[in-house]
Design a protein around this ligand. Structure first.
Ligand code: UT7
Length: 335
């Protein structure tokens, strides 16, 4: 059986920086509240006319990842694209990337696991590589949140948190015989699906129904989040699934060189770090600059950690995510 490894990483965020003070001009919020509760100082938002969409940002991140892997688009055997904010309701973003990058008629798979989307996608890529079916798979997380958030005071509990951006990884057959992706562990608990969700437009809430709604009362086309409930579950599941990954590989917390958690909230990352007794050098966070970019957050953070020399050959790298669904997962990687 083959093993897989990440051979190239890339990321892209829109140029437009939106600070907490910028948000306080359009809704009743303030820099102190946002920083205290989330650690976020600023995020990037697509600006009308800047040419960015979920798919075009994905392409920009992917080009960097493919080049860093020492490959060309013709070497890629499959696209796996995680997003909750595709350019179109259907088809998904994978085929858009295939077309925009001028790729062969390779398979394009769309993954809808929100904040866990990248870890789920990495796991799928790992399985396709292990069986020997494919050699190089492009795994992408990209989100355009700003186009669909409620930037009035009504939506402040959600809209201050999320930002736009994309990250990509090339997952390749590991010919070195050493390390690579050691394991992935995935979970879901659908009974909590309504705690963080976007209800419409959807087949249970079609557009004609939306038009009939009184926008002052019920806004099914904005995301809803029971923040405190999500927070409480996140801190438990993150630690559980990281521990599960370590135990499966007979590793210990002290063996972790770098934990890259999904950037949900700096307070969540700090809670995990404290509970697991990890020191600052063992955890990478960049939510301060980008907010929560959902499926893009891990590949953006991993790319930045790698660029900063904080992820090196031989390091034990752990990725972990939790989010809407609920879904959660981890990946343990020997770099
Ligand atoms: O990506 C994975 C999924 N998402 C998460 O992991 C998010 C997890 N949850 C969280 O990060 C936190 O729950 C939040 C940051 C979303 C909220 O923090 P919180 O400490 O749970 O605040 P809260 O929702 O309990 O709200 C506290 C107060 C409320 O006012 P009252 O009722 O106490 O008067 C809110 O109305 O803060 C108010 N509030 C705000 N105030 C200023 C809510 N949003 C804002 C805001 N600015 N943006």
């Amino acid at each position: 059986m083959f093993t897989s490894k990440i051979t190239g990483l890339g990321s892209y965020v829109p140029e437009n920086v939106v600070t907490n003070n910028d948000l306080s001009k359009v809704m009743d919020t303030n820099d102190a509240w946002i920083q205290e509760r989330t650690g976020i100082k600023e995020r990037r938002h697509i600006k009308k006319g800047d040419g960015n969409t979920t798919s075009t940002m994905a392409v920009k991140a992917s080009k960097v990842a493919i080049e860093r892997a020492g490959l060309t688009v013709d070497d890629i055997d499959m696209i796996i694209f995680a997003t909750l904010s595709p350019d179109m309701y259907f088809p998904g973003g994978g085929v858009e990337v295939q077309e925009l990058m001028g790729m062969r008629t390779i398979p394009a798979l769309d993954v809808r696991n929100q904040c866990s989307g990248f870890v789920y996608s990495l796991s799928v890529a790992d399985q396709f590589i292990k069986t020997g079916m494919y050699k190089h798979i492009l795994v992408i997380g990209s989100e355009n949140h700003s186009g669909g958030l409620d930037f009035t005071t009504r939506g402040r509990g959600v809209s201050v948190i999320f930002g736009d951006g994309a990250g990509a990884a090339v997952v390749s057959r590991n010919d070195t015989g050493k390390g690579g992706i050691l394991s992935t562990h995935l979970h879901s608990e659908g009974k909590h699906k309504d705690e963080l969700a976007l209800n419409g437009p959807s087949t249970s809430c079609w557009v004609p129904e939306l038009i009939d709604k009184n926008p002052q009362e019920d806004i099914p086309y904005y995301p809803v989040m029971n923040g405190t409930f999500v927070f409480k579950h996140a801190i438990v599941r993150f630690i559980e699934v990281i521990t599960e990954g370590l135990e499966a590989n007979k590793l210990e917390i002290a063996d972790i060189d770098m934990l890259v958690p999904h950037q949900a909230n700096l307070r969540i990352s700090q809670f995990i770090q404290k509970k697991m007794k990890l020191d600052n050098s063992q955890v990478f966070n960049n939510i301060q600059k980008y907010g929560n970019t959902t499926a893009a957050s891990i590949p953006i953070a991993l790319t930045e950690a790698w660029e900063a020399g904080k992820v090196k050959e031989g390091d034990l790298v752990v990725l972990a995510a939790f989010g809407s669904g609920f879904t959660w997962g981890s990946a343990v990687i020997r770099w």
